[in-house]
Ligand binder design. Structure first.
Ligand SMILES: [Zn+2]
Length: 703
C-alpha cells in the first residue's frame, strides 16, 4: 500500500534582495511569541500562546531578517569560502524556518478560515522570497567561486555534498544562463505552471461531470446494502431523491465495479472514468498535455540536458532514465506472468458460471472480488479487536526499542500543537536526549485527511558546537474511541502507524551539522516503509496484537490470512502501476519537440510494451495529474523506494529481526546520514552491496 509523505513545507528559504513587503513593519514586535526565543520545556514552540494574528508579522520580520543575513554574506570583503558563504547561507533563515514550520503544522492539523487566508497571502511572498535568491547573480558568483575551488579546499563529506547540491540548484534554476536565456526560462516556467493548473482543473471538472443514475432497482443487483445506501444519498444530494447515483470518484466507482452484476453498466462507468480529459470538448486535455511535454523538452534543452527525464533524475538516486527503465522493465517481466495467470483464473470463473464472453478491463474488479473471497477471505471486523490503538502504538515503540535501545517517555506540562496530541521525550539508550515527538491520532474538521510526519525543528549543530535536537510530529486520522469502545484500527492503519514512525526516526536520529539537507524523492520512503515489515512478523504480532477484551494473542490463522493477503491481485496492482510509470518515462525521454497525438502515442506504446488488454494503466495521459503537477519522470519513485526497503529488510531476515549489529548499521549509515551524502553509497555502506530487486519480487508474490 502506498502512502503519502507530506513534508511540511519548510521552504528552502535562502534569499536575498529586499522586496516591498519587507517595508510593512510589524507593529506588535516584541510581543509576538513566534519572534521570541522559545523558553518552554524542551524549547518547543509555545503553541498555546500563538494567535492567528501573530503569523503575518512574524513571516514579514523573519523574511527581512533572512534578507539581512544574505546581504551580509554578499557584502563582506572576504573572498568566498565554504564557511563564509555556504555554511552561513545554510544557517541563515532560522527564524523563517521556525515560523514556517509552526504555521505549516497548524495549517495541516489545526486549520481554520483565517489560517487559510494567511496561507493564500503568504505563499506568493514566500515563493518570491525563494526565487529572489536563486536568481541573485552576486550570491551565485560566491557559491560558484567556492564550487570551482572545491578540489583545493579540504571539505568534509557533508560539506562537499551540501556545496554540490546548492550549486546545482542554482544552475538548475538558470543561474549559468545569459539574461536572454534566463528570460526564456522564466517564460517557460510561467507557462508550465499555468498549464498545469488548467490541466488539473479540467480533471477536477471531469470528475464531477459524469453521473451514472440508476432508477431501476434490478440494476443494483450484487451491491452490498452500504454501497446502495451511499448511492441513494449521492442521488438525494443531487436532487434525485429515490434514485441511485454513482460517479467516477474512486470511493463511488470501485465498489460498483467490484459488486455490480450488470456488466453493461460496469462498462459504461469505467469507460467514463478512463476517458476523462479525452472527450474532445472544453475539458479535453490532449493538446494541453502535448504542449506541456513540448515545453519541458525546450526547458531541458535550454539547461543543457538531452531530455526532461535527464534533468529531473540527475537529482534522484536513480540518476538517469536508463536506471529507471532498467528497474521498471525487470519488474514488468515478472509481473506479466502473474497478471496473465490472474486473468486466466478470472476467465475460468466466467466459463464455469456458464457465461460466454471474454474478460475485459471493466470486469476485472468484479472477478477479482470473487477470487478474493475464494482465496484470501480476510474480514476487517475479525482483525480489529486485536489492534487497539494503544497496543499497536506500544508495539511499535517496543520494536524500535528492541532495534535501537531508544525509549519514548510521555511528557505532560508541555505545549501541544492541539489538545488531542500526545508528547514524548525520546532518549537514546544511554539516556541522552534525542528529541521530542508529538503524536496526533484522530480526525477532526480542522485536520487534513491521510497521515504524515513533519518537523517543528530539525537537527543541527550550531557554529559554537551546540547540538540542537529535533522536534517531530506524526499525524494520523484513525477511528476515534467512543464511550463504550476503544479505538480499534484496521490493518492498513497499523502499517500507517509504523510507517510514519519510520519517518520520525529518520528525523530523530539525524546527525547533520547544517539545517539544510537534500533527500532524493526516490529514497525518502526507505526509513518509513522498512518499519512496516516488522508490523506483520508473526513473532512481533504475537507480542502486541492482543485482544482488547481478553488479552489473548492474535491466532495463527489470522496471521496467515494477513500474510497471504499481500498476494491478492498482485499481478494487476503491479501491472497498472508499472504501465503508468513507464508511460510517464516514455514522454519524458523524448528529445525532439513536435505535436504529439496522445491517443496514438499511448496505443503504440502499450502494444509495444505488451500490456494485457484486460488491464488499463493506473493513469492515462489525459488525467495523469501526478506527472503534470510535480511528480513528472518521478512516478517510478514508489517502486524504487520499495526495492530499497525490501532489500534492506532482507538484511534483518538474514541476520535476525532484532540483530543489534544490523540495526546499528542501518542507524549509522542510513538514518543518521540521509540528506547529507550520496544515497547510493550510503546504501552500500549499510548493505555491503547494491540493492537487489529479488526480495521485492518475492514478497509481492511476483516470483
Ligand atoms: Zn511516507
Amino acid at each position: 500500500m502506498l502512502k503519502f509523505y507530506y513534508l511540511l513545507t519548510i521552504t528552502m528559504m535562502m534569499t536575498l534582495s529586499s522586496c516591498d513587503q519587507n517595508k510593512k513593519k510589524d507593529q506588535s514586535s516584541g510581543e509576538n511569541p513566534l519572534l521570541e526565543k522559545f523558553t518552554t520545556t524542551y524549547q518547543v514552540p509555545p503553541f498555546e500562546s500563538i494567535t492567528t494574528e501573530n503569523y503575518m508579522p512574524a513571516f514579514i520580520d523573519a523574511m527581512a531578517l533572512h534578507n539581512a543575513e544574505i546581504e551580509a554574506i554578499i557584502n563582506q570583503t572576504e573572498p568566498p569560502t565554504f564557511e563564509n558563504t555556504l555554511a552561513d547561507m545554510a544557517y541563515s533563515g532560522e527564524l523563517l524556518r521556525s515560523v514556517s514550520s509552526v504555521f505549516s503544522g497548524q495549517m495541516s492539523a489545526n486549520t481554520n478560515v483565517e489560517i487559510q487566508k494567511i496561507a493564500e497571502e503568504i505563499s506568493p511572498l514566500l515563493s518570491e522570497h525563494a526565487d529572489n535568491i536563486s536568481l541573485n547573480p552576486k550570491l551565485f558568483a560566491r557559491v560558484k567561486a567556492v564550487y570551482e575551488n572545491r578540489e583545493h579546499d579540504s571539505l568534509s563529506g557533508e560539506q562537499a555534498y551540501l556545496l554540490e547540491n546548492v550549486y546545482r540548484d542554482f544552475v538548475r534554476s538558470g543561474a549559468n544562463l545569459d539574461s536572454e536565456q534566463q528570460q526564456k526560462l522564466i517564460e517557460i516556467n510561467k507557462k508550465l505552471s499555468m498549464m498545469a493548473l488548467k490541466f488539473e482543473q479540467h480533471v477536477l471538472d471531469e470528475n464531477n461531470a459524469f453521473q451514472l443514475v440508476i432508477d431501476n432497482k434490478d440494476d443494483l443487483a450484487g451491491l452490498p446494502e452500504s454501497v446502495i445506501g451511499m448511492a441513494a444519498q449521492t442521488a438525494d444530494e443531487a436532487g434525485m431523491t429515490g434514485k441511485w447515483m454513482f460517479t467516477v470518484h474512486k470511493p463511488s466507482m470501485v465498489p460498483f465495479l467490484q459488486y455490480a452484476q450488470n456488466r453493461d453498466l460496469r462498462e459504461k462507468l469505467y469507460k467514463a472514468y478512463l476517458n476523462r480529459g479525452n472527450n474532445n470538448d472544453k475539458l479535453d486535455n490532449k493538446k494541453l498535455f502535448s504542449d506541456i511535454i513540448n515545453l519541458r523538452i525546450q526547458k531541458a534543452h535550454l539547461l543543457g540536458y538531452p531530455n526532461y527525464a535527464a534533468y529531473v533524475l540527475e537529482e534522484r538516486m536513480a540518476k538517469n532514465p536508463e536506471n529507471v527503465l532498467n528497474l521498471l522493465n525487470q519488474v514488468w517481466d515478472s509481473t506479466l506472468v502473474v497478471a496473465r495467470r490472474e486473468a486466466t483464473q478470472m476467465q475460468q470463473i466466467i466459463d464455469d458460471e456458464g457465461d460466454d464472453f471474454k474478460l475485459q478491463s471493466w470486469d476485472w474488479w468484479y472477478y477479482a472480488e470473487k477470487l478474493r473471497k475464494q482465496n484470501y477471505n480476510l474480514d476487517d471486523s475479525e482483525l480489529r479487536p486485536y489492534f487497539k490503538l494503544e497496543n499497536v502504538r506500544d508495539g511499535a515503540f517496543m520494536v524500535i526499542n528492541k532495534l535501537y535501545g531508544i525509549t519514548f517517555k510521555p511528557i505532560s506540562n508541555i505545549p501541544l500543537p492541539h489538545p488531542d496530541a500526545q508528547a514524548y521525550e525520546v532518549n537514546d539508550q544511554d539516556g541522552s536526549a534525542l528529541g521530542v515527538m508529538y503524536m496526533d491520532f484522530f480526525p477532526r474538521e480542522s485536520k487534513q485527511g491521510g497521515a504524515w510526519q513533519g518537523e517543528y525543528r530539525v537537527h543541527q549543530v550550531l557554529p559554537d558546537g551546540e547540538e540542537i535536537h529535533p522536534v517531530v510530529t506524526v499525524v494520523y486520522n484513525f477511528t476515534r474511541p467512543s464511550a463504550s469502545m476503544p479505538s480499534l484500527i484496521n490493518f492498513d492503519e497499523v502499517e500507517t502507524l509504523f510507517h510514519e514512525l519510520g519517518h520520525a526516526l529518520d528525523g530523530l536520529f539525524a546527525k547533520n551539522t547544517y539545517p539544510v539537507t537534500f533527500i532524493p524523492t526516490d529514497f525518502v520512503e526507505l526509513p518509513s516503509q522498512i518499519l512496516e515489515h516488522w508490523a506483520t512478523e508473526r513473532e512481533v504480532l504475537k507480542m502486541y496484537a492482543v485482544h482488547y477484551e481478553t488479552g489473548a494473542p492474535i491466532p495463527d490463522e489470522l496471521i496467515d490470512k494477513i500474510n497471504n493477503s499481500r498476494y491478492f491481485n498482485t499481478g494487476f496492482n503491479n501491472m497498472e502501476f508499472l504501465a503508468a510509470s513507464l508511460l510517464d518515462m516514455s514522454y519524458h525521454v523524448l528529445s525532439d519537440t513536435g505535436a504529439i497525438d496522445i491517443n496514438q502515442f499511448e496505443l503504440n506504446y502499450f502494444s509495444q510494451l505488451g500490456l494485457l488488454e484486460q488491464i488499463e494503466p493506473r493513469y492515462h495521459s489525459t488525467y495523469f495529474t501526478h506527472i503534470v503537477g510535480g511528480y513528472e519522470a518521478g512516478y517510478y519513485s514508489y517502486l524504487w523506494s520499495a526495492v530499497l526497503d525490501h532489500d534492506a529488510y532482507e538484511a534483518f531476515r538474514e541476520n535476525g529481526l532484532f540483530d543489534k549489529t544490523t540495526a546499528t548499521s542501518f542507524r549509522k549509515n542510513i538514518l543518521e546520514k540521509s540528506g547529507t551524502s550520496d544515497h547510493e553509497q550510503l546504501y552500500r555502506d549499510f548493505r555491503g552491496k547494491n540493492p537487489s530487486v529479488e526480495p521485492l519480487l518475492k514478497n509481492r508474490g511476483l516470483k
